[in-house]
Write a protein that binds this ligand. Structure first.
Ligand SMILES: Cc1ncc(COP(=O)(O)O)c(C=O)c1O
Length: 400
């Protein structure tokens, strides 16, 4: 029998094993939870984008400092790509980790005020790899209910027993720690700046509890890196903590580049590079992306006014939204939720804003709880008050 006839025969008798996807997609559409792919047709310049044919003010990006298309990052890539090439060719432990990876890791450790740092292909891979490396089936992990999906997945993969505490509720965390005091290995993990509500975790109290209960503490600074802290190192740089946490960060939001990192004591980092599967079994990031990240770190160091001005504008916008009667939850950052509730209504308001020239994503389940849909406004340093006044004008009008 030839390969061709074998294939034809199989084709004739096989049922379609993917048949269920069609009905599941119909279900998503019926419940207003279906997502379509979008196509961005311009680089993110001046806080604006062209997307699916429309020119819009981009209030839906994590490029908080306006660095993603900054000439200094672009020049750094151009300067180094000729020598380093593009792909890194192997996982970091084989031979994919180059001199620029090492330089960036050293600079990140200095930036975060830690002994060491280690680069991962993304922030998602950092969380899943680090949590799996630190936890095992003898561990108990305490996690805020609104932690990012990559933390949730890391915990699931680790096999540790999980205790989910109510959002930013340190009394609940204390109670769960008390109940599990005898556990051999304990770890508390929290976002420092929550990605949907833009509020900040009570790191001092959490760190004190970690200290009291001899628990490891991991803080994900993904949305705070470059924005908060005296030199942009994140929220842990603003508070005096009982003992230094292990820091997770990303280069792909305020730093306008790509990749994730973990920073902390050298032995912990050494354990992570020996055990984190998303580090060991994934190709190292292109070395020139490190050149862009190094250029971004220089901007963060030399231009603190970007983060200062961003946060001043965010405070002003929050106040204006509240004056218009919108609920912005307990945001105190450049991420400002506008609470809508119903997924369909959130989508409709997002559509109205799009028509008026503003890109603001509707965040619906499963990214948020049922009936807790929001419009997620994320500001960039590049947005002017004039831009935002026009945005407020649209939100001041009743939706028809
Ligand atoms: C809190 C948090 N951690 C980690 C990540 C993942 O980072 P990256 O986009 O670099 O994979 C995100 C991304 O949105 C995030 O919001």
């Amino acid at each position: 029998m030839t390969q061709e006839t074998l294939f034809t025969d199989c084709h004739l008798i096989m049922l379609n094993p993917w048949f269920w996807t069609e009905s599941k997609i119909s279900e998503l559409k019926a419940s207003g939870l279906h997502r379509s792919l979008r196509r961005r047709e311009s680089p993110p310049v001046s806080g604006r984008i062209q997307i699916d044919g429309s020119q819009l003010l981009n209030l839906g990006s994590n490029d908080y400092l306006g660095l993603a298309a900054d000439g200094r990052l672009v020049d750094a890539v151009k300067r180094f790509v000729g020598y380093h090439g593009w792909g890194s060719g192997a996982s970091p432990l084989v031979n994919g980790r180059g001199t620029l990876h090492e330089t960036l890791e050293r600079e990140l450790a200095e930036f975060e005020g830690t002994e060491s740092a280690l680069l991962f292909p993304s922030g998602f891979a950092t969380n899943s790899g680090v949590l799996c490396a630190l936890l095992d089936d003898q561990s108990v992990v305490f996690s805020d209910e609104k932690n990012h999906a990559s933390i949730i997945d890391g915990i699931r993969l680790s096999g540790a027993e999980k205790k989910i505490y109510r959002h930013v509720d340190t009394s609940h965390l204390a109670q769960l720690l008390e109940e599990n005091h005898a556990a051999k290995k304990k770890l508390i993990v929290t976002d420092s700046l929550f990605s949907m509500d833009g509020n900040i975790a009570p790191l001092c109290e959490i760190s004190e509890l970690a200290h009291q209960h001899e628990a490891m503490l991991v803080v994900d600074e993904a949305h705070a890196t470059g924005v908060f802290g005296e030199r942009g190192q994140g929220i842990h740089g603003l508070v005096s903590l009982e003992s230094p946490p292990l820091i997770i960060g990303t280069l792909s939001k305020a730093l306008g580049s790509f990749g994730g990192f973990v920073a902390g004591p050298h032995t912990v980092i050494e354990w992570i590079w020996n055990r984190a599967r998303s580090y060991m079994f994934s190709t190292a990031s292109p070395e020139v992306s490190c050149a862009a990240s190094l250029a971004a770190l220089s901007v963060v160091r030399d231009e603190p006014q970007r983060r200062d001005e961003l946060l001043v504008t965010a405070t002003w916008l929050r106040e204006q939204l509240q004056l218009l009667g919108w609920d912005t939850r307990s945001s105190s950052s450049q991420i400002i939720p506008i609470v809508i509730g119903d997924a369909g209504q959130a989508q409709e308001l997002s559509r109205v804003l799009w028509q008026a020239g503003f890109f603001v994503p509707a965040i619906r389940p499963p990214a948020v709880a049922q009936d807790a849909s929001i419009l997620r406004v994320s500001l960039s340093w590049q947005h002017s008050r004039g831009d935002l006044e026009s945005f407020l004008e649209v939100l001041g009008k009743p939706v028809s």
